[in-house]
Design a protein around this ligand. Structure first.
Ligand code: PAF
Length: 265
């Protein structure tokens, strides 16, 4: 696996890697990421990944500084999956000057996650566009675990006529149902035992429980829920009567760890 840190180097080796599928990450890789890498491998001749912890998508009160970084272990895992190229730029490479050209995401970016992380999707959309322009893949793979992110990246790709296909990977779960996430590592032992409850309440909503009751159940068990909402899968708008393709999305804090999850039904 070739590790590339500079954009000019990436451009120089691009002709050697035609038909490229790309998995952007912030590192601290787990089996969820590796399932996206395998999906990429199944869809294209060559696979690239990136590791870049994007300051622009963290609010000042969030965990940018403490976000888990495990570069050597990540490289070993990617190499074991036969990834051809890892793009791992420093901040000064991707943001050599203050970023003034910023992607304005669609209005849905102000709802759900956006209500609690107001500029989050500006940061995500901007870095994803920059990474696409650097790596120039034919396909990019994103996990459904970050359902709203996937929706917004798809909208950006469509509306800005980007010449690539977005492919969605299913959420990978631990045996007890907890969705895999780099932030699960923040959980203490008791919190880790409690954490699958988020998935369980989403399952209950999918079976008919009201979202308000799901929030109450989480709160009664010591969580601080931000939202549990049912939306249409196609546009993440509130469902109208007769809509059948739905998704329930939830976010809640256990102690200081904020977890998100979702379930299509
Ligand atoms: O999902 C993530 O890990 C990040 O939001 C992404 C897409 C790599 C952009 O920084």
């Amino acid at each position: 696996m070739k590790i590339v840190r500079r954009i000019d180097e990436l451009r120089r080796i691009a002709p050697d890697l035609p038909d490229l599928a790309f998995v952007p990450t912030m590192g601290n890789l787990h089996d969820g990421h590796l399932s996206l890498v395998r999906l990429a491998r199944a869809r294209a001749r060559h696979v690239a990944a990136s590791i870049f912890v994007n300051r622009m998508q963290f609010a000042p009160n969030e965990d940018f500084d403490s976000y888990p970084r495990s570069f050597d272990a990540d490289c070993a895992r990617l190499a074991a999956e036969s990834v051809d190229l890892l793009f791992a730029p420093d901040e000064a490479v991707l943001y050599p000057e203050p970023q003034q050209c910023i992607v304005e995401p669609p209005a849905i970016a102000g709802e759900l996650e956006g209500r609690f992380r107001p500029r989050f999707f500006h940061g995500v959309a901007t870095v994803v566009l920059k990474l696409f322009n650097c790596v120039q893949p034919r396909i990019a793979v994103f996990g459904k675990k970050d359902y709203q992110q996937l929706h917004i990246v798809r909208a950006m790709t469509r509306q800005l006529n980007l010449a690539l296909e977005i492919v969605a990977g299913e959420t990978v779960r631990e045996a007890d149902g907890l969705a895999m996430s780099s932030r699960n590592g923040y959980l203490g032992a008791a919190q880790r035992t409690a954490a699958p409850q988020l998935h369980r309440v989403l399952q209950k909503v999918a079976r008919g429980m009201a979202c308000a009751q799901a929030m109450d159940e989480l709160a009664a068990a010591g969580w601080r829920p931000d939202y549990v909402e049912v939306r249409r899968r196609s546009d993440l708008a509130a469902p109208q009567s007769g809509d059948r393709e739905l998704v329930v999305l939830g976010a809640a804090r256990l102690g200081s760890t904020r977890l998100i999850d979702n379930l299509e039904f």
